[in-house]
Design a binder for this molecule. Structure first.
Ligand code: FSX
Ligand code: SF4
Ligand code: SF4
Length: 285
């Protein structure tokens, strides 16, 4: 039999301060299916070897934790670290821990530093990991940081790709990973000023919204179930960059504004503090 030419990319997935919605969203990936992503080839000839994922892995306890150490040593510079959730730093990081070493809990911030320093790249998945998000909202009692902020404190320079969204669309994550497998790490010009792949976050929601004609005619909805533009009800589409109106969610079924809700700017560094209250009109930029 000819030797398999499948290339493997080891992936370690950690969860900090978040709601696990990012994992749930990715598990809902339809094309490719989550089975294709986890078990088969995500794209022809390329396989993701997901070695650690707190929610879906079968392993537990010491054996699972050992995989972290082993990957860090044996695959140095050749694995991707997916960080979901923000990084709590108050009280030595004790508000978020992953396993133990010498009988002591290991803060997620230490895991990020050790695994992050040795990774090929880090995908900060979700708005919490990318920008702090809800766990870092004022008054931020656990002193949560984004992945980039936490790495900066530790002077770690591993490339970070931000894939925000609360939660992120499965395609944004799978597409980012597939692009690394196909073309290598993104070039600076592939990312926007907030480190997000332009392929997914390059367009303003407001530009592609099917209700845009209402906006231009100043026909504003008075309540959420009305036809009309949702701007006066608090829609943040005019300050939010993502392809939700054209990509749609749930495998092309609908999206926030399409289903009568407003865009609350979940992919932006400003989320949630600076786009709150959700149901209040923003000043047009
Ligand atoms: Fe954050 Fe992930 Fe929002 Fe939740 O854990 S991006 S709270 S949808 O899911 O980090
Ligand atoms: Fe813009 Fe929101 Fe109105 Fe759509 S509903 S046109 S995104 S303000
Ligand atoms: Fe987030 Fe807005 Fe897209 Fe909804 S429409 S998922 S709130 S960016």
């Amino acid at each position: 039999m000819p030797k398999s030419k499948t290339e493997e990319l080891p992936v370690i997935w950690l969860q900090g301060a978040g709601c696990t919605g990012c994992s749930v969203s990715v598990l809902n990936s339809v094309s490719p299916s989550i089975k294709n992503i986890l078990i088969d080839e995500v794209i022809p000839g390329k396989h993701i070897n997901l070695r650690f994922h707190p929610t879906v892995m079968a392993g537990a306890g010491e054996a699972a934790i050992e995989v972290l150490q082993e990957t860090q040593q044996q695959k140095k510079g050749g694995y991707v670290l997916v960080m979901e959730g923000a990084i709590p730093t108050a009280k030595g990081g004790i508000h978020g821990v992953v396993g133990e070493e010498n009988g002591k809990p290991v803060p997620i911030v230490s895991r990020l530093e050790s695994l992050g320093a040795n990774a090929l790249a880090i995908i900060a998945l979700g708005t919490c990991a990318s920008f702090g998000g809800i766990p870092a909202a004022a008054p931020n009692p656990t002193q949560c940081l984004s992945v980039e902020e936490a790495l900066k404190v530790a002077r770690i320079t591993t490339p970070v790709i931000n894939v925000p969204g609360c939660p992120p669309h499965p395609d944004w994550f799978v597409g980012t990973l597939a692009s690394i497998l196909l073309f290598g790490l993104p070039k600076p010009e592939d990312l926007d000023e907030h480190g997000r792949p332009k392929a997914f976050y390059g367009t303003l929601i407001h530009e592609n919204c099917p209700r845009r004609a209402y906006y231009d005619e100043r026909k504003f909805a008075k309540k959420l179930s009305d036809p009309g533009c949702l701007y006066e009800l608090g829609c943040k589409g005019p300050v939010t960059y993502a392809d939700c109106p054209t990509r749609l969610w749930n495998h092309g079924v609908n999206w926030c504004v399409g289903s009568g809700g407003l865009c609350h700017g979940c992919v932006e560094p400003a989320f949630p503090d600076l786009v709150s209250p959700i149901y209040e009109k923003i000043a047009f930029p």
